[in-house]
Ligand binder design. Structure first.
Ligand code: URA
Length: 202
């Protein structure tokens, strides 16, 4: 059944599909890539926010469907949450060439779409994956402290005010970190425990 939220999210998708002013638009077209809008429950309590799509994601249009996605699935399973219960998206909706870090201009261009996704889905918790998304979300909600580092903030719960009510921001390391570093995997598993309190019905 199509809901109001589905309609509003579809409008975002249509706008991004036609986002010719994006510096990543030509690269998307040349490679027959898709933009990656987001995937999951439109009534999710927890929204995961990554950086930008990788190759697998751009080829399928689905977020976190490659190696990092398998780590994310494992972490969700460790707290008993099916992927279908959460919403997963990125700040930047198109793949940057060669997996380079997203540029500030790209983050600024795509951020309004993420902000709309947050306001439509109204999650109780924003779980940021990696430092770009942590910084963006903390700044956006006015709780960024100068010099804040992911090495200090990972796994903590930071309260903030969204347009629709109070939310919790939970900075997490990017799942890709666990691919190259086994101890990061343990840290991510520990930090995921902080998300348990947001599991439940809306
Ligand atoms: N890394 C991200 O930040 N996002 C994805 O969707 C995949 C990998």
């Amino acid at each position: 059944m199509s809901s109001d939220r589905t309609e509003q999210l579809r409008a975002i998708k249509d706008e991004i599909l036609n986002l010719t002013e994006s510096p990543l638009y030509d690269y998307r077209k040349r490679n027959n890539y898709y933009p990656v809008i987001g995937q999951g429950n439109h009534y999710a309590q927890i929204m995961f926010i990554g950086e930008a799509p990788g190759k697998n994601e751009a080829e399928t249009g689905r977020p976190f469907c490659g190696a990092s996605g398998r780590v994310l699935d494992h972490l969700l399973a460790s707290i008993g949450v099916p992927r279908a219960d959460v919403y997963v998206t990125n700040i930047v909706k198109d793949r940057p060439p060669n997996n380079r870090d997203p540029l500030k201009t790209e983050i600024d261009l795509y951020a309004p779409f993420l902000e709309r996704q947050i306001d439509i889905i109204q999650p109780r918790a924003l779980a940021t994956l990696g430092r770009f998304s942590m910084e963006f979300v903390l700044r956006r909600f006015g709780v960024y402290r100068s010099g804040a580092r992911i090495s200090q903030l990972h796994g903590t719960v930071i309260s903030a005010r969204a347009a629709y009510g109070m939310i919790s921001i939970v900075p997490l390391y990017h799942p890709a970190a666990a691919l190259y570093n086994a101890s990061q995997r343990g840290t991510l598993e520990d930090d995921f425990q902080a998300l348990r309190q947001f599991i439940g019905s809306q």
